[in-house]
Design a protein around this ligand. Sequence first.
Ligand SMILES: Nc1nc2c(ncn2[C@@H]2O[C@H](COP(=O)(O)OP(=O)(O)OP(=O)(O)O)[C@@H](O)[C@H]2O)c(=O)[nH]1
Length: 533
Amino acid sequence: MGTSSCCRGSAQAWVAHVALTRHRGDQPGRGIDPPHRSPAPASESTGRSPGSVGRLRPEDKGYLAQVGDLEATDTRDPMLNYGVVVDCGSSGSRVFVYFWPPHNGNPHDLLDIKQMRDHSSQPVVKKIKPGISVVAATPEQATSYMRPLLRFAAAHVPAQKHKETPLYILCTAGMRLLPERQQAAILEDLVRHVPLEFDFLFSETHAEVISGKQEGVYAWIGINFVLGRFDHPDGGDAVVTVAVGAQAEAVVRKRTVGILDMGGASLQIAYEVPGASTFPSPQQEEAAKSLLAEFNLGCDVQHSAHVYRVYVSTFLGFGGNFARQRYEDALLNHSQAQHSLQGQPAGLTADVPMLDPCLPVGLADTVERGGRQLHLRGHGAWQACTQRLHPLLAHPGTNSSQASLAGMYQAPIDFGNSEFYGFSEFFYCTEDVLRLGGRYHTPTFARAAQDYCSQSWAVLTQRFQDGLYSSHADQHRVKYQCFKSAWMYQVLHQGFHFPLDYPSLRTAQLVYDREVQWTLGAILYKTPSLPLR
Ligand SMILES: Nc1nc2c(ncn2[C@@H]2O[C@H](COP(=O)(O)OP(=O)(O)OP(=O)(O)O)[C@@H](O)[C@H]2O)c(=O)[nH]1
């Protein structure tokens, strides 16, 4: 992050004052051109491969600064601070190591937090599968599960810095789905045993199951920080007029970007709501307020120039893998209902499988739940698949506390003056096999997704074996790509009502060559004053 006139007239740094107000109900590619902080208009760049999507342009003013970003982190520099965040997701856990130089004391400069790079200039990140909920029944193994990630981080952060390096272990939807007793037992094992083996700054409050709302806000802070959207506008920046804060004075500032983040189990959307909203009833107003997070990123609480009001909504059960499970449950129930009516419906034996439009042509799959089996055979019909998924937007499952995407209050989005980034499944679904990561163009995506579904499984397997897909694509991706692309499409257009011709959505994983994950927003939020001590 470069300099910015974020704060004026205060001796404190911007990030020291992140204060997230949690309302009642509380419980980020490869892809983006580098600076100078103004990404090319959406129509300019469409990435086709992880490497090509985030190009450096020497003509950019910030080129040299960005090259610095890609260098190996100088671990001999005693002034650098480090922070470690473990993201425990439903499908796996990953550790990210961040670092930042001391704040220079200039109130106009942002704190410069970056992802650490190793001797080969590779980002310091390690991922393991499956998710931490694998130890739900044996919580005493939680620390063993975590050990490879922590050892990896410990090997990268200079030993003399461990004691002052905060470690956060933050769990998302996979853990949220476990009973509280199991969540507590896992966290307790970590809190008790991690400090015995590792010297990181780590205490009870550093291991938690974060709410979907927090996850959404962290993702929103992370991407807007990387894009420099908290800076004051220069000529040429897209701006919005905002009325927030106690005085509700209108300010003109840089337009922030919204985020769509679909994990394995949950889905988040977050975007700034610049104007005051009106509601038809006090009840609706109350419900809507629980979906608004207001926080001050300014230099002091009196400063309202950097008060942000962000709509953030989370949907447990709407992540790509969980949605597939809910879909399969529906197929099983359907098959059972047919059974009682007809005697021998399709799906009970491998000889007479049930046809699944959401699997590629000819792929045979068997679903097992509670002793019941359902034999499926793909017939790759993308349109039919999207139609089948439509009811899943409304019915989150048997747990009534889970939100339905269909009935949820959604703050208005100005589709004519907004920009969105889609992370995780939004990126993987568009990039891994379709190679359409970057600018999202509905007809191109729909055509490619449809083509993929209608291919025979034998052809897709061959392509996978020939290494034609992204190096990140695994067999699971190849198998469920048809389903996931249809689900992503439905969530975006039917669930969140993005117009089919919306021009300003990008899917991304790296932005300015930084992996943008919600973990970046979390470290920004959680280490407010540490570097200034
Ligand atoms: N291509 C690719 N796929 C990934 C990567 N990381 C995870 N996936 C897959 O994407 C799906 C969603 O994973 P994530 O986005 O990591 O979600 P999660 O954190 O496990 O899920 P939540 O707990 O809901 O947040 C899973 O099926 C993963 O196997 C990655 O780096 N590249």
